[in-house]
Write a protein of this length. Structure first.
Length: 430
């Protein structure tokens, strides 16, 4: 069987790596792919939003399984587009329809969905440029700090700001509704700030049943000690120490099951991954956000911990027989991921710097290297994005996994390389 993974980042390469371990898969195409090389993998120069090109690629190579990595093509409706082609009615697709992807594509939709189905989340209000003055008054009346402001649409993981003062919050609202995040910020959601520890919970669902995947915690801020601007993610650890059986039971009963049931009751066809960004508030889980796909860089840690063949579960989605499959098991070890970024990220950064030290990292037996923003050239592998590489490692403890990942990433060089040195340190104190 041939598979197509749509996307070019570390999440997509981690998915391709895991899929490639399956005896069911002979070839994997990544569109558009990156500078990394994996067994069975071939890059295909087709953009994630080039629906016609992707359909042609599927037909040309006789691809039977499609896994959609990033949120943009899902929100744009790639699944609906492929399903509309009668020649592809036997295609196995991992990803929700356009309506299902609204869970991530619109934070306002997601918050209203949670309210309709009694799913615990922070109190919120949504404002537009026409209701800017009302929004400014709302911030003043709340009299709380810090404040949480979110761009309603997709903003590459950077559409959330958490101002510490009322003045900063009002200024941010003006900027966001004034076009700071483009059309993604046409609506701004203001939430109450929740105090607790974040974690990421993932499920694979066929719209009827679901299968739990390993939990993880990611690190979004650019600076150590969780300081500075939000990024797409600077590292991750799986599993999360505080996510015990009692907490997960609350997550399933209060969040996962109502979400799946809510999608069904509203006639939303959802067959893919759901990411639940949660806050543990005194032992009670609250939803911070939904994603309609796997997280990045959590996937680079989670895939290492899945025991067995993920492809079989993916194939069960089409015919909605996931409930008949055996649950996915997890390796007991810890997986840790550290991300190397370009100097200047998440703001402006330069590209095209040659990367050295990749050979030892690629061939290591105790770590796994995932390319995120790289490109293969005649001069070798060069940087091509803000987040460049992710190094993942397994260990018996958080410390041992981190030690391996940091040792390996320390061998990699390119101009302006930067990575956080404190990934996972907070978990060591729990």
């Amino acid at each position: 069987m041939k598979a197509l993974v749509i996307g070019s980042g570390g999440r997509e390469q981690a998915l391709a790596w895991k899929i490639g371990l399956s005896g069911l898969i002979t070839d994997i195409y990544m569109a558009p792919g990156n500078g990394g090389a994996l067994p069975k993998c071939h890059n295909a120069p087709v953009g994630v939003s080039d629906f016609e090109g992707l359909r042609g690629l599927i037909k040309e190579h006789g691809i039977e399984l499609v896994v959609v990595g990033p949120e943009v093509p899902l929100v744009e409706g790639i699944v609906d587009y492929l399903r509309e082609d009668p020649e592809l009615d036997e295609l196995y697709i991992v990803g929700p329809t356009k309506r299902g992807a609204m869970l991530e594509g619109s934070k306002d939709f997601a918050k209203d969905f949670m309210q309709r189905h009694g799913i615990p989340t922070a109190k919120h209000r949504t404002f537009t440029s026409e209701t800017l003055e009302e929004g400014l008054r709302y911030l003043m009346e709340e009299e709380q700090a810090p404040y949480v402001l979110k761009a309603d649409g997709l903003a590459a993981g950077k559409g959330v700001v958490i101002p510490e003062t009322l003045e900063e919050a009002q200024a941010e609202m003006r900027e966001m509704l004034g076009g700071k995040f483009g059309s993604a910020g046409a609506h701004v959601v203001v939430e109450s700030y929740l105090t607790g520890i974040e974690c990421s919970v993932f499920v694979l669902t066929d719209g009827k049943d679901y299968m739990l995947l390993p939990t993880a915690k990611d690190y979004k801020r650019i600076g150590e000690g969780d300081t500075g601007k939000n990024t797409g993610g600077m590292g991750a650890v799986s599993p999360v120490p505080f996510v015990d059986d009692a907490f997960m039971q609350r997550v399933e009963e209060r969040i996962i099951k109502p979400t799946i049931a809510g999608l069904r009751s509203e006639g939303i066809d959802y067959r893919g991954f759901i990411f639940f960004g949660l806050m543990n508030v005194g032992g009670d889980p609250y939803v911070i956000e939904y994603n309609c796909r796997m997280g990045d860089p959590e996937t680079e840690a989670v895939m290492l911990r899945i025991k067995g063949d993920l492809v079989g579960s993916m194939l069960a989605l089409r015919d909605q027989i996931l409930g008949e499959m055996e649950p996915l098991l997890e390796f007991p070890q810890v997986a840790a991921t550290v991300v190397a970024v370009s100097e200047g990220y998440p703001d402006d950064y330069a590209k095209g710097y040659t990367i050295t030290g990749l050979e030892s990292a690629s061939n290591a037996s105790d770590t796994q290297l995932f390319h995120m923003g790289t490109k293969a050239t005649d001069q070798g592998i060069v940087t091509a994005g803000g987040r460049v590489l992710a190094v993942s490692a397994m260990g018996d403890t958080i410390s041992s996994a981190l030690d391996k990942a940091y040792r390996r990433i320390g061998e990699i060089r390119y101009d302006g390389i930067n990575y956080r040195k404190d990934i996972g340190q907070d978990l060591l104190k729990l």
